[in-house]
Design a protein. Structure first.
Length: 230
């Protein structure tokens, strides 16, 4: 399914017709739907840590470097994410805030396993990874569309697809259109919220028995996360 089909589904309920083109058209209605599709898709992508949009970043240490460029498609860190060092039991901890990080910078002292923070388009790590270490972390990608099967961050053509639920995209456009026009959109927003909750719930995967929060403290690691062979 394409962006055009999602827009057509919304348009038939909103204006009673199906536009034959949106991003290749220049009339006022097409321009409104172009802007609406981008806004809706972006809002949906940012409202949940979708597994479809999750990517894995790798940082290669050299013993001295403490600042690394973020991936080109970086949008945000996943909630409750961690930065892990391979071949060790180290999980680098997030700095509490900028002042907390500044203490490390001013004093040039930080304990093991170290801390990380993001600012200025980089992820900063203290203490520096050694030349034999790599660190990994998950993040949410800005590439929320696809063009011919290739993920992309921009939406410019009717033939592109939304990497998440097309139904969610249609429902979100409907209530946003009505809101922009000053019309009653309460029921349409409720329809979207219900569908969003269902999609986000399925995205987390099935759960067996563990219905509440995890029963161990946040930030606690396994004593040794590998098999021990005599």
């Amino acid at each position: 399914m394409t962006i055009l089909s999602a827009v057509q589904s919304a348009a038939v309920r909103l204006i009673g017709s199906r536009p034959s083109a949106v991003f290749s058209a220049t009339d006022a209605t097409a321009l409104q739907f172009q802007d609406l599709a981008i806004e809706s898709a972006t809002a949906i992508a940012k409202a949940h840590d979708w597994r479809e949009l999750t990517s894995l970043a790798t940082i290669v240490g050299d013993g001295t470097t403490e600042s690394f460029a973020l991936p080109t498609d970086f949008d945000r860190m996943k909630r409750e994410t961690g930065v892990y060092v391979d071949n060790t039991i180290r999980q680098i901890q997030p700095a509490q805030d900028m002042d907390h990080w500044l203490q490390f910078v001013v004093n040039d002292i930080v304990g093991t396993p170290g801390f990380w923070i993001i600012f200025g388009g980089q992820i900063h790590i203290k203490q520096a990874l050694t030349a034999t270490e790599t660190a990994k972390y998950y993040y949410q990608s800005t590439k929320i569309f696809e063009t011919g099967g290739t993920p992309t961050a921009s939406l410019t053509a009717d033939t592109q697809t939304f990497r998440l639920s097309e139904r969610l995209l249609t429902l979100d456009m409907i209530w946003r259109w009505r809101a922009r026009k000053g019309l009653d959109y309460a029921q349409d927003k409720a329809n979207f919220d219900l569908a969003f909750g269902e999609e986000a719930g399925r995205d987390r995967g099935a759960r067996m028995l563990a219905m509440g929060r995890r029963r161990y403290a946040s930030g606690v690691d396994f004593a040794y996360p590998k098999q021990i062979t005599p």
